[in-house]
Write a protein that binds this ligand. Structure first.
Ligand SMILES: Cc1ncc(COP(=O)(O)O)c(C=O)c1O
Length: 360
């Protein structure tokens, strides 16, 4: 069996040991005689899986006791609506930072429910940087401040946490959650789709401060009220059980591999290999401002765009897949989440060198 080196932005590569364990446990989880997929979500076996996953996530991220961890569905995209529905709490506006494709989607959805103040934007330079906080025009009466910690498509990451004063800070961490330690107490709400650094698609995690729960807009569907999930330990309806199980295995894998500080160290090493190569290359170009380059998603272009297809073809023949950039940006993108081994990045850089030597 040959596994590819998968640079997909999501669903993304998972730790091989996690997949092997899931395979071993597929037919008979811990002597229960059943697959996790077949278990009642209210039975003691699955309840123990969910409780362990939550406990491990709390430990990894040092989540304070006054925060709820919710296992939800609907992707990060549903959070774009759930956030204003739940967090406006009688206020008329919210502040958003516009850093690219994902921020734009969050903004568009929020506009259905409130006045959106775009307090900063990097649109002037085609979303290739994170706007410095000094230029943000925050409003004191905003219900919350929303930003996208890592723009998966543009490859722009905030390497600092914005200050929002008394106003709750809300963060889309879909593509860099668990890639480094974060101080959860600085946030009102952190949310992330699972399919990058957490596990399979279909699970969405929200980490939410207690006091923000319970003031939804009238007529909000029960399923879109954080209170529903907080009061029922994410078991109001049938949760994405298999996704929670795999996420739990990934959390254990992170713990066994040194936790978030070790993930950050490895992620920095991997990204440095790729960016160092890009910076000295006369053939490949990184479009993102140096200080704001993502450790997770590395977009790059070829100076001769007519060679894009040949580059991708050669990568594929060497077992490297999903390097094509997002259709809105073009070029290439290598997503190098936690589960991407350093050997994968070395193989990519080796191939890029070879390609440049031939075509540069
Ligand atoms: C930063 C970011 N936000 C939101 C989304 C949307 O997530 P989902 O597909 O889970 O709705 C993605 C998906 O790739 C993303 O990268």
């Amino acid at each position: 069996m040959a596994r590819v080196i998968n640079f997909s932005a999501g669903p993304a590569t998972l730790p091989e040991s996690v997949l092997r364990q899931a395979a071993e446990e597929m037919l008979d989880w811990h002597g229960s005689g059943q697959s996790v997929m077949e278990m009642s979500h209210r039975g003691k076996e699955f309840m123990s899986i969910a409780a362990q996953a939550e406990a491990d996530l709390r430990e990894l991220m040092a989540i304070p006791a006054n925060y709820k961890v919710l296992f939800l569905q609907g992707g990060a995209s549903l959070q774009f609506a759930m956030i204003p529905l739940n967090l406006l709490r009688g206020k008329a506006s919210a502040d958003y930072v516009n850093t690219g494709e994902w921020a734009k989607k969050a903004i568009k959805e929020a506009k259905q429910y409130c006045q959106v103040n775009v307090v900063a934007s990097s649109e002037d330079k085609n979303f290739t940087y994170a706007p410095a906080q000094t230029g943000w025009k925050l409003s004191r009466d905003a219900a919350y401040v929303h930003y996208t910690a890592n723009e998966t498509i543009g490859g722009v990451e905030f390497h600092w946490v914005p200050q929002s004063g008394e106003v709750p800070l809300v963060c889309d961490m879909s593509s860099n959650i668990l890639s480094k330690p974060v101080d959860v107490s600085k946030y009102g709400l952190i949310y992330a789709g699972a399919q990058k650094n957490i596990g399979p698609a279909g699970l969405t995690i929200a980490i939410l401060r207690d006091d923000l729960i319970g003031q939804v807009l009238p007529k909000t569907p029960v399923m879109l009220d954080y209170k529903t999930h907080a009061e029922n330990e994410s078991m109001y309806n049938t949760p994405p059980t298999y996704g929670i199980y795999i996420a739990g295995l990934v959390f254990q894998w992170i713990k066994q591999n040194g936790g978030l500080a070790a993930m950050e160290k490895r992620n920095r090493e991997k990204a440095a290999l790729l960016y160092a190569f890009l910076d000295q290359s006369n053939f490949f170009v990184s479009p993102v401002a140096q200080a704001d380059r993502s450790l997770m998603n590395v977009p790059f272009t070829l100076k001769k765009a007519e060679l894009d297809e040949e580059f991708l073809k050669g990568a594929k023949s060497r077992g490297m897949i999903q390097l094509k950039g997002h259709r809105s940006v073009g070029g290439m993108r290598a997503s190098i989440y936690n589960a991407m081994p350093v050997e994968g990045v070395k193989a990519l850089v080796g191939y890029m060198k070879e390609f440049e030597a031939k075509h540069g």
